[in-house]
Design a protein around this ligand. Structure first.
Ligand SMILES: C[S@@+](CC[C@H](N)C(=O)[O-])C[C@H]1O[C@@H](n2cnc3c(N)ncnc32)[C@H](O)[C@@H]1O
Length: 269
C-alpha cells in the first residue's frame, strides 16, 4: 500500500524538522561541489537551503511523492533545483550527471526496506573526495510509536493495521558506521536526542498527535478512511499520548532521538 504524503501537515513543524538537517549538513566540509543530490527531498525548503550553501553546484532533489514535489517546485520560483520524481529503490544516483560530489538524505531511509543495502550502493557511487550525509530517526520504541502499535492491536481492524505498521525502521548507529567504512569511506556517526518543546502558546490540544499525523501515523490513517473507524483509533491514541507527553509550563516536550552519519570518500592521490 502506498501512503500519500501531505506537505501541509508535514510542514507544520518545519522548524523542528529542519534542525537535524542543519546539524547534518553543517558537518559536510565539501568545497565547491559540482553535483549535490538531496535524496527523499520532500517539500523543498531544505533542498533550497543547499543551493544557498553551494550556489555554484547543480542541486538535484529526488522524491517519490508528487504532492511533496509539487510544493517544492512551487517554492522554487527561481528554478534553482532540478526536481526529479523517482522511487529511490530503483534509481541510479549517478543518473543525472555522473558520480555525485555530495549526497544528502534526511529522514528518508527509515521508510525503505533493506535500506542498509541501498546505503552501501550510494556509498559506492560517490565521486572521489565526495561526501555522503544521512539522518534517520531512532525513535521507533518511543511512546509515540509504541502507543500507536498498542492502540492498533486493540482496534477492530487490527490485522490490517498490523500490516500497515509493519514497516522498516532505522538501524543502530554502529551499523551505519560499519557499512560506510566497509565501502571505503571515512565516517563520523553520532546520535542526539532533541527535546522539542511543542506548542509553547497552547494553541493545540494535542501537538504530538499533530506531529505524528504528518509522518508515522500516515499508514494508520490510510487504512482507517471511515470517519467512525478513524475516531475509534484516534480517541484512545490521543488520550494515551497526552498522558505520555504531558503539558508543562514550557509547552509539550517531545524527546526525539536521531541518528546521523557523515562520511567522505578519500580524494584520488
Ligand atoms: C520524512 S520525509 C523527509 C523529507 C525531507 N528530506 C526533510 O527532511 O524534510 C520523507 C520523504 O521521503 C520520500 N520517500 C519515501 N520513500 C521513498 C522512495 N522509495 N523513493 C523516493 N522518495 C521516498 C517521501 O515521499 C517523503 O517526501
Amino acid at each position: 500500500m502506498s501512503v500519500r504524503w501531505d506537505p501541509i501537515q508535514y510542514g507544520a513543524f518545519a522548524d523542528e524538522r529542519g534542525r537535524p538537517f542543519a546539524d547534518l549538513v553543517s558537518r559536510i566540509e565539501a568545497d565547491g561541489p559540482g553535483v549535490v543530490l538531496d535524496l527523499g527531498c520532500g517539500d523543498g525548503p531544505l533542498t533550497l537551503a543547499l543551493t544557498a550553501r553551494w550556489p555554484r553546484a547543480r542541486v538535484v532533489g529526488v522524491d517519490a511523492s508528487a504532492e511533496m514535489l509539487g510544493r517544492a517546485r512551487h517554492l522554487d520560483g527561481a528554478d534553482r533545483v532540478t526536481w526529479i520524481e523517482a522511487d529511490l529503490t530503483e534509481w541510479d544516483i549517478s543518473a543525472p550527471v555522473g558520480p555525485p560530489d555530495v549526497v544528502v538524505s534526511n529522514a528518508l531511509l527509515q521508510w525503505i526496506p533493506r535500506h542498509l543495502e541501498l546505503l552501501a550502493e550510494w556509498a559506492a557511487a560517490l565521486a572521489p573526495g565526495g561526501w555522503l550525509a544521512i539522518q534517520v530517526p531512532g525513535n521507533f520504541e518511543a511512546p509515540s510509536h509504541a502507543l500507536m502499535r498498542e492502540v492498533a492491536r486493540e482496534h477492530p481492524r487490527r490485522d490490517e493495521l498490523a500490516v500497515a505498521l509493519r514497516r522498516p525502521a532505522s538501524a543502530e548507529p554502529r551499523s551505519y558506521l560499519h557499512i560506510l567504512e566497509r565501502a571505503g569511506l571515512i565516517a563520523d556517526v553520532w546520535e542526539t536526542t532533541y527535546l522539542h518543546v511543542l506548542d509553547r502558546d497552547g494553541a493545540h490540544e494535542n501537538p504530538v498527535l499533530e506531529w505524528v499525523r504528518g509522518t508515522g501515523l500516515r499508514p494508520v490513517l490510510a487504512v482507517l478512511t471511515d470517519p467512525a473507524e478513524r475516531e475509534s483509533f484516534l480517541v484512545p491514541y490521543a488520550e494515551r499520548l497526552r498522558a505520555a507527553y504531558p503539558r508543562t509550563s514550557a509547552g509539550v516536550v517531545l524527546p526525539f532521538r536521531r541518528i546521523f552519519a557523515v562520511a567522505r570518500r578519500p580524494a584520488l592521490a
